[in-house]
Design a binder for this molecule. Sequence first.
Ligand code: FAD
Length: 385
Amino acid sequence: MDLTFSETEAAFRAECRTWLEANGPRPALPSGDTAEGFALHREWERLLFDSRWAVVSWPREYGGREASLWEWLIFEEEYARAGAPQRVTQNGIFLLAPTIFEFGTPEQRDRILPKMASGEEAWCQGWSEPNAGSDLAGIQARAIRDDAAGGWRLRGQKTWTTRGAFCDRLFGLFRTDPDAPRHQGLTYLLVDLRADGVTVRPVERLDGDDGFAEVFFDDAFVPDHDVLGDVGRGWNVAMATTGSERGLTLRAPGRFMAAADRLIELARRISAQSDADPLLLDRVTRAWMDAQAYRWQTFWTVTRLSDGAPAGAESSLVKLFWSELDVRLHETALALLGPHAELLDGDFASWLKGYQFSLSGPIYAGTNEIQRNVVAERVLGLPRK
Ligand SMILES: Cc1cc2nc3c(=O)[nH]c(=O)nc-3n(C[C@H](O)[C@H](O)[C@H](O)COP(=O)(O)OP(=O)(O)OC[C@H]3O[C@@H](n4cnc5c(N)ncnc54)[C@H](O)[C@@H]3O)c2cc1C
């Protein structure tokens, strides 16, 4: 593998860095998982879009730069390095968009993608239900045919919908044929959260933000042009989305590299004041090495993907690695901070919030227990029982 970047890529990196340094909001925006913070993040997304930085890898006609996978990774590294805001559009641009590029009609692409990229329409993900999490095929929310209206009527409930309280639209799986086998009879629908018959109820998270919502459907209408892929084939469409979530697109290594660099700064600062525990400093080094290892591993994946290989079940290995790395990295920061780690304001407060969020990494995007099952069966070829 050639690990040097080309001159064009270096120039692209310089362009990203200059723009982000000049335009990144200072001070940092409040959490995008609050109503106030979400509105400010949406404005930031608009600025990114107007400057064609919102969706760098997309085709130009939808606001992108047709950046290569390598350039996209460079953008993500620079974005994290600059400490730029969290992407509240991420469920749309990183998860739904690749699925629309693969399964959507030209009409759906033209109608949905520009508004998604500009942040005008924010999307949330509606898979989980009270009785369907790891066992996603257990979905019970129904979509009932309404021929007269030319679409579907939704009944049932979704839960743990990230930023559902602030988003405009939801993509999710609904049961269109209750008599079909569990993985069949599901259809991928694009739902307007402002439609009659939709009730969105915020759910407070561990860190106090309204980061989740429960969404209730009471005969809410979805027109036929908002079915993604074929009716009854939603499971296959959804698998493309979950592959994106576990694999490359949601967890580019830049984020962990930036966090590891901040951890080193923290260790330097604390060591300057008093003798830091050498075992703790070992953990700092380890976190930095793991972030580097993840970066090289991602380069390997990008090389394979650029050569046309599919992402495949290896995305489960990647998910295990970044989620556990994130927890270790934040645990190390809290250990370095000692009692200061518990302060909710001031210089160090972001570590506690980061730690609380890192704890969710082994749960969302498919729990790590489920990923280990996938690795055992589909990567290592071990027997199911
Ligand atoms: C921060 C965060 C954001 C989220 N955002 C969204 C979102 O936007 N949209 C959405 O739809 N959902 C979202 N979720 C929900 C998430 O997808 C589910 O929590 C997850 O899939 C697990 O489902 P569950 O909570 O129902 O747990 P369960 O499936 O009930 O699992 C409970 C425990 O049993 C274990 N377990 C279950 N089955 C097996 C098995 N076969 N083998 C071994 N162990 C097993 C699990 O690993 C887990 O530890 C989010 C969750 C979090 C934490």
